[in-house]
Ligand binder design. Structure first.
Ligand code: SF4
Length: 241
């Protein structure tokens, strides 16, 4: 069973396509966290083939609630002793708050990290500024390097929308050339996808497929998830575990 746990709606970025709604400057309460735990174990059948417990920490920016994440991971592991489910943890972060301490915690707990980056500076900064309007690319790319030094692997999430769609193939090439893999592509489903954009999407997916084949033939294998990234994240975390 898969669960996405939104630790907070708060965030230090102000992405133009933010889906997180109003940003309350607080995290999940202890009462809600306890209810989440009950819900998770109630919903996951014991000794069932789907008995894997796949927990994704999400937000807002989940790393703003690091102590809560610490607590939940510990509590879930403790409570799972009697259930014996294989556990999979992952966290999706905007990548701006990472440091060595956080990375050590993720490594120790085998929490798979996925960082959101929308492409080269011009594309990324267009939609993912800090609250003061400054682009976040420099911070995110520096932290991606740091993360890759500390973790076996780091996934990246790319959000694209009609305005950035024409650059999607270049964005994927940019990330691959930076050694990033797997790459998960996510459409901004709240954007206005008119007929023209949908047709353009069709063409861009062909470009991505051709790029994939060309690189594969040149000996560069990589994972580009265009449709079902949540399933991929779970499988990858299981392998890493
Ligand atoms: S990283 Fe961007 S999209 Fe995600 S919660 Fe923060 S502002 Fe919203």
């Amino acid at each position: 069973m898969k669960f996405s746990i939104a630790l907070t709606h708060d965030c230090n970025l102000a992405c133009r396509y933010c889906y997180a709604g109003r940003k309350f400057r607080r995290g999940m309460s202890a009462t809600t966290a306890a209810r989440v735990m009950d819900f998770v174990f109630r919903q996951t059948p014991a000794r069932h083939r789907l008995g894997i417990l796949d927990l994704g920490f999400f937000g807002g920016e989940p790393l703003l609630q690091l102590p809560l994440m610490h607590r939940l991971v510990g509590d879930i592991q403790e409570r799972n002793r009697e259930h014996g489910h294989p556990l999979v943890f992952h966290v999706t972060s905007n990548g701006t708050l990472l440091n060595e301490e956080i990375l050590a915690f993720l490594r120790q707990q085998r929490i798979e990290l996925c960082i959101s980056i929308d492409g080269p500076p011009k594309i990324h900064d267009r939609n993912r500024p800090f609250r003061n309007g400054r682009g976040s690319f420099d911070r995110v790319s520096a932290n991606l390097l740091l993360a890759r030094e500390h973790l076996q692997r780091v996934q990246v999430n790319v959000v694209y929308r009609p305005g950035t769609l024409p650059h999607l193939s270049d964005t994927v090439a940019f990330l691959l050339d930076a050694g990033l893999d797997p790459i998960n592509l996510n459409a901004d489903i709240k954007a206005c996808w008119d007929e023209k954009s949908v047709q353009a999407l069709h063409e861009v997916y062909w470009q991505l497929a051709e790029q994939f084949i060309a690189r594969y033939r040149a000996g560069h294998e990589y994972a580009l998830n265009m449709l079902d990234n949540r399933a991929l994240i779970s499988r990858a975390s299981l392998c890493a575990g």
